[in-house]
Ligand binder design. Structure first.
Ligand SMILES: Nc1ncnc2c1ncn2[C@@H]1O[C@H](COP(=O)(O)OP(=O)(O)OP(=O)(O)O)[C@@H](O)[C@H]1O
Ligand SMILES: [Mg+2]
Length: 226
């Protein structure tokens, strides 16, 4: 079974959406639309009567709602979601809270979709082995509660199709990369979406143009980046 991302062009690239139960990473540099893509995924579920949990490191509840509204998604219309606000400065504690509180939260509203936005805070505190430990235990938690998840993170500064610390791609079942492509300093950059991996799914790897509008993200899956 597939879960629609709420973005028609992305669903088309994926052949219907994200496979149920997957943990999918969405990576990109600042302002490429990672949060917006994640909110689309939750919002699409809400519209279909599925509950969702948004775990936010970057923003408080109010600004999550406000930003969602600015891209055409009015979360206030719905009640079947929860926002778990976590402190970026207390990274270790925050990840422990996901482990301890998420299963309960998911159960209480019968959630089927989870967004974690964003886990970039991880790199600030841990060494490589600790990061890996935390990421794999996060994966275990997400897998054990029977939901489908999107986890956002920053991309590597020099390699846009890799996550900043190069671990996320291994613990996730799929990865979608959002890129800002600059041909020259004077031109407006083109935004390109690339499905880097999606286990068990036949998909194109060609970056497809997309735009962020007041109605959210639009992916032009039939178009090419020139
Ligand atoms: N209504 C709108 N119309 C057009 N573009 C918009 C609109 N609202 C937001 N944007 C663009 O989308 C960007 C924000 O998208 P989003 O917050 O999803 O990106 P992000 O990758 O999560 O960024 P960050 O790295 O800061 O978390 C804004 O910086 C702006 O360029
Ligand atoms: Mg964001």
């Amino acid at each position: 079974m597939r879960l629609s991302t709420g973005i028609a062009g992305l669903d088309a690239i994926l052949g219907g959406g994200i496979p149920k139960g997957y943990v999918v990473a969405v990576i990109g540099s600042y302002g490429t639309g990672k949060t917006t893509l994640g909110i689309h995924f939750i919002y699409e579920g809400l519209k279909r009567g599925e509950s969702g949990v948004i775990i936010s490191f970057d923003e408080d509840e109010e600004s999550v709602m406000r930003n969602a509204k600015s891209v055409g998604m009015d979360l206030e219309k719905f009640e079947n979601f929860e926002i778990m606000r976590l402190e970026a400065i207390e990274v270790r504690k925050s990840f422990e809270r996901i482990e301890s509180d998420l299963p309960e939260m998911v159960k209480s509203i019968n959630a089927s979709r989870v967004l974690i936005d964003s886990i970039s805070v991880l790199e600030t505190l841990f060494n490589e082995s600790e990061r890996y430990r935390i990421l794999s235990s996060l994966r275990k938690t997400l897998k054990s509660v029977g939901i489908t998840a999107i986890v956002t993170s920053e991309a590597d500064k020099f390699l846009p199709t890799a996550s900043k610390y190069g671990l996320l791609e291994y613990v996730c079942d799929g990865m979608i990369c959002l890129k800002m492509i600059r041909k020259s300093e004077l031109e407006e950059p083109t935004l390109g979406l690339e499905v880097v991996k999606m286990r068990g799914v036949k998909h194109s790897r060609k970056p497809k143009p997309y735009m962020i509008t007041e109605r959210g993200i639009v992916v032009y899956e039939e178009a090419e980046i020139l």
